[in-house]
Design a protein around this ligand. Structure first.
Ligand SMILES: NC(=O)c1ccc[n+]([C@@H]2O[C@H](COP(=O)([O-])OP(=O)(O)OC[C@H]3O[C@@H](n4cnc5c(N)ncnc54)[C@H](OP(=O)(O)O)[C@@H]3O)[C@@H](O)[C@H]2O)c1
Length: 265
């Protein structure tokens, strides 16, 4: 197994769910980790749980929806660790509302957070990786980054946009020895549905039935990290719901039918 010791990982959405589990796994393996999200207190809880020395982590709070001066953030990472090996754009918010009842402000908020926030941070880190002539950037998409699905119009659009951006970025930067991966979870048992927005911008506040029965983030995190270490370009992670990706590709008519029947909660 490739050693993680002394590799530097910057993970957004590190306070909860998939991001938190990735941070805990990496810290346990001796990696250096930059933890980012809005909630500084929750980030501090994560490093407390990891029980590691302060020279192994950096807490950098940020709001992906309003990312004003990312270069200052990048400078503080480089100052502390001297390099950035991995940027994992994981932070994001989901949606539980039909398009016809979703305020445009909610569409914009989801796009700002999931797409533009990710792009802004990536563009701030990219020059460092180009100078290093090495690095690996990943974005956490979703199966609904591969197809549209009920109650997810803005969310699905924001994840589709990530595919376009990051596939282009990969093609442009292979010559700079920079790898790009899209992580495509099915359902992972996190707070994602609780934190999802409804049409008026309020939090949905419920754990979906499908979510409750799904893979735990503690199981998902090492699967994702080891797939990244292998340099996989697309990383599907989850349970039987991943089948929909293959059905959409190979049996589109069956997919169109199922997408009106399968529970979106
Ligand atoms: N769980 C699933 O079934 C599933 C499926 C497909 C894709 N995903 C994707 O996986 C990623 C992680 O989600 P999760 O399942 O772990 O859900 P989660 O438990 O709700 O975690 C979401 C993370 O994103 C952060 N975040 C939200 N808005 C932010 C903002 N404006 N600025 C900075 N950070 C922000 C949250 O931290 P703060 O609140 O502290 O800011 C939190 O750490 C998301 O991109 C999600 O779309 C999840």
């Amino acid at each position: 197994m490739q050693t993680l010791k002394n590799t530097v990982w910057w993970i957004t959405g590190a306070s909860s769910g998939i991001g938190k589990s990735m941070c805990l796994y990496l810290l346990k393996q001796g990696a250096k980790v930059v933890l980012s999200s809005r909630n500084e207190e929750s980030l501090m809880q994560v490093v407390k749980e990891a029980n590691v020395d302060t020279n192994q982590y950096l807490i950098l709070p940020l709001d992906l929806e309003n990312l004003s001066s990312p270069s200052e953030l990048v400078n503080s990472v480089v100052q502390k660790f001297g390099k950035i090996d991995y940027l994992i754009n994981n932070g994001g918010i989901s949606q539980r509302s039909v398009a016809s009842e979703t305020d445009l402000a909610v569409d914009r908020k989801i796009m700002e957070t999931n797409y533009f926030g990710t792009v802004i941070l990536t563009k701030a880190v990219l020059p460092i990786m180009i100078v290093q002539q090495q690095g690996h950037i990943a974005a956490v998409s979703s199966v609904v980054g591969k197809f549209g699905f009920p109650l997810r119009s803005a969310y699905s659009a924001s994840k589709h946009a990530l595919h376009g951006f990051f596939e282009s970025l990969r093609a442009e930067n292979t010559k700079n020895n920079i790898k790009v991966s899209l992580i495509i979870p099915g359902r992972i048992n996190t707070m994602v549905s609780n934190n999802a927005l409804v049409g008026n911008g309020n939090a949905y506040g419920l754990l979906d039935e499908g979510q409750a029965k799904s893979m735990s983030p503690e199981v998902a995190a090492p699967i994702i990290i080891h797939a990244l270490l292998k340099g996989k370009k697309e990383i599907l992670v989850g349970g039987k719901e991943l089948l929909m990706v293959h059905i959409r590709r190979w049996l589109p008519r069956l997919f169109y039918y199922l997408s009106t029947k399968v529970s979106a909660k």
